[in-house]
Ligand binder design. Structure first.
Ligand SMILES: Nc1ncnc2c1ncn2[C@@H]1O[C@H](COP(=O)(O)OP(=O)(O)O)[C@@H](O)[C@H]1O
Ligand SMILES: [Mg+2]
Ligand SMILES: [Zn+2]
Length: 274
């Protein structure tokens, strides 16, 4: 029963002996360039002795092959342009919402003059591109914030991923408010879910234990998720921090960040003198 069904199907599909290919029509002309369009034969699929599905005939492509290729190239170009536009819009939006202020506008790695720290600056950039976490210490005005902002802008520009910039004392205030409103979990989630983070101006002053706990949770979460691309800057070096801050907080930072020290004149004073 089954076999005879199969035989019948293959009978139906067989090319009839008297079937001949229709003659090739004369070439047509391309509606776009008036060039020659050659007809293409659509190989027949037979059913019940006749070609089915519109096959077994000659058809004209809508454009000549040169115009067809040009159309494809243009479509690809338009798609690439569209994607580039969307990416740059995304980068702009990520930069606008990272937490930078007007004071950070001019800060990029290109506008940083590494005169007093050529070697450290090169190693910081290399480490950052390799995904390291970085601790930058140094006296005021030596460019810690400038470098940190530059690194984060580079990250956002290259990866089009979310980066967060926070000045630690301001983050403490934000955190205090969030704790009061019972939104501290939400705030910590929002920050720790970023792909890169700058904590600028970590000081030795002790805020309330609750706020300190929040800061510890944030850094600990970054540490436990083995996240990379964290920058912490401070006027205090890592030894001073470990003396003054909670042990567990300092040891987390020491354990996860590569330390650098900037030296030089206070650029703010220099600028005001000039
Ligand atoms: N090496 C540098 N090249 C260019 N500008 C610098 C450099 N160092 C500091 N500045 C500028 O001096 C000002 C203070 O630098 P900042 O990064 O805020 O210092 P810090 O965070 O170390 O206190 C900023 O306007 C910054 O752009
Ligand atoms: Mg600073
Ligand atoms: Zn054409």
């Amino acid at each position: 029963m089954q076999e005879s069904n199969i035989t019948r199907v293959s009978d139906q599909l067989r090319k009839p002996e008297n079937w001949t290919e229709p003659p090739e029509p004369l070439p047509g002309s391309c509606p776009s360039c008036n060039g020659v369009i050659h007809p293409q034969f659509i190989e027949p699929v037979f059913w019940s002795g006749r070609p089915a599905f519109g096959t077994g005939r000659w058809a004209f492509p809508s454009l000549c092959s040169a115009c067809e290729t040009e159309k494809k190239v243009e479509a690809q170009k338009a798609k690439a342009e569209q994607e580039a536009k969307e990416r740059s819009r995304k980068i702009q939006q990520l930069t606008a919402t990272a937490g930078f202020s007007k004071a950070h506008e001019h800060m990029t790695l290109e506008t940083f003059d590494p005169l007093f720290c050529i070697e450290a600056f090169a190693r910081i950039q290399k480490g950052w591109e390799a995904g390291e976490n970085i601790f930058i210490a140094g006296p005021p005005g030596t460019g810690k914030t400038h470098i940190a902002v530059g690194l984060l802008k580079l990250f956002i520009g290259q990866k089009a991923e979310r980066g967060v910039f926070r000045i630690v004392p301001e983050l403490m205030i934000e955190l205090r408010r969030a704790i009061k409103d019972r939104r501290d979990d939400e705030l910590l989630d929002e920050i720790s879910s970023a792909q890169a983070l700058v904590l600028d101006d970590l000081g030795v002053e002790r805020p309330t234990p609750m706020v300190l706990e929040g800061l510890y949770l944030l850094i600990d979460r970054w540490y436990r998720n083995k996240k990379s691309h964290l920058v912490i800057t401070s006027n205090n070096d890592i030894e001073q921090l470990s003396k003054h801050l909670e042990d567990r907080l300092a040891s987390r930072i020491i354990g996860m960040c590569r330390p650098f020290k900037l030296q030089g004149e206070d650029r703010r004073l220099e600028a005001s003198r000039a």
